[in-house]
Design a protein around this ligand. Structure first.
Ligand SMILES: [Zn+2]
Length: 404
């Protein structure tokens, strides 16, 4: 990873991302004067970086529309092949503003018991006709806006520290969720570090104290982290995230629903070659206990690239091990089913990589043929892995053209 500099100090970006608490005061100073940090991915002209605050810590983000000026292997070099979606409008559930995301979720962050005794949920107040996003769409948008669907061929495996930093950078300074500042209602778990234990725990405790339930009004919170355990407890099922021992209780109905809806992600919990990310909407059950109201789970490769199956996870892990530069497009909107599974960006032209895990299923074969036809007519080279016919190691990948 490349170096960055601020307040007269030059360090590797990885260092800043993994230890945000260590650089907080220097970044705070630089945010005031001169108001930016620098990225040294190109020796000729350093590029300006935005310094953003989230909670008590600071993060570096690319200067708006400056991504193409960073070196190809730089984290701030963002080059989409899937695009940001057609013509965003003000009724979209998730709007990317200059200062951050404006998100309207289809779940409520405030739950009220009305006088008539009937439950009422509030907090979704912006515009009657505005669409609302489910938690999974929000989680996927966080990933794409953070550039976490790209891999730059770096040798260092990406840890939770840099994922955390990039999520904040993508979210923006003034992000809102259902009208509330994201900093108040969304907690992205920090990478636990003994050295910064007090700061990390104090931040999480402050978030937890904002989750209150006085039996009339329940103020909920969103927690994002890596799913470590889904286990039976004396009160039923509970989820634990990797970064903190807090348990989140789950009703049997929600547990059953989640295990079905996010089958592939839940099956991968605890597997050494995959990771599972969870976004939890939680409310206070008792003084000590938190309960999950709704959740989304996302299967990821070892370096947190979102994948649709364990076969894709295996392919992503191989591409990372071979230091390839590639994108893993996420299918989010209608028409996205035609997106390739992976796009190798280090060949010219870019090569599509398809993982065929459901050969023989009629609808799957139809779409496969359609995609093959499209690629052929557009002259896009492709690598295809039929998981029922060959081992991953037998799949031949084209050599990368450039290694900058
Ligand atoms: Zn750069």
């Amino acid at each position: 990873m490349f170096d960055v500099s601020f307040s007269g100090k030059r360090v590797s970006l990885a260092e800043v991302q993994e230890h945000p608490a260590r650089f907080a005061s220097r970044l705070e100073r630089a945010k005031v004067t001169p108001g930016f940090a620098l990225c040294h991915c190109r020796t000729d002209t350093p590029r300006k970086l935005v310094i953003r605050r989230y909670g008590s810590l600071f993060h570096l983000a690319g200067w708006p529309d400056d991504g193409v000026h960073h070196a190809e292997r730089c984290d701030f070099h963002k080059k989409g092949v899937s695009g940001a979606g057609p013509n965003p409008d003000s009724r979209d559930a998730i709007i990317a503003g200059p200062n951050g995301m404006n998100v309207r979720l289809d779940v409520s962050l405030v739950h009220q018991e009305t006088a008539s005794g009937r439950n009422r949920t509030t907090g979704v107040s912006t515009g009657a006709s505005r669409r609302a996003a489910p938690l999974l769409a929000f989680l996927q948008t966080l990933w794409t806006s953070a550039g976490l669907t790209f891999w730059f061929g770096t040798s260092k495996p990406q840890g939770w520290g840099s994922v955390n930093a990039e999520l904040f950078a993508g979210l923006g300074d003034a992000a809102t969720v259902n009208g509330s500042p994201a900093q108040d209602v969304l907690h992205v778990m920090r990478r636990f570090e003994q050295h910064d234990r007090d700061a990390i725990n104090a931040e999480f405790d402050a978030f937890r104290t904002r989750i209150v339930n006085d039996e009339k009004v329940s103020r909920r919170g969103l927690v994002l982290g890596e799913l470590a355990e889904f286990a039976d407890t004396e009160f039923g099922k509970a989820i634990t995230l990797r970064q903190h021992p807090q348990r989140y209780h789950v009703s049997t109905a929600l547990a059953d629903h989640a295990e079905k809806k996010y089958r592939r992600a839940f099956r991968a919990i605890g597997k050494p070659n995959a990771r599972v990310i969870a976004l939890l909407l939680v409310e206070r059950l008792t003084h000590r206990h938190l309960r999950i109201v709704d959740l989304a789970a996302m299967l990821c490769s070892l370096v947190f690239l979102p994948c649709d199956s364990m076969y894709e996870v295996a392919m992503a892990n191989r591409l990372v091990a071979e230091r390839r530069r590639f994108e893993k497009p996420i299918r989010m909107a209608e028409g996205d089913e035609m997106l390739p599974d992976f796009v190798l960006l280090d060949t010219h032209p870019a090569t599509h990589v398809e993982v065929y895990g459901m050969n023989g299923v009629a609808s799957y074969e139809r779409r496969k043929a359609e995609k093959q036809g499209q690629r052929l007519s557009r002259g896009i080279p492709a690598v295809e892995w039929n998981v029922d016919r060959e081992e991953l190691k037998q799949v031949l990948l084209p050599s990368p053209v450039t290694r900058t």
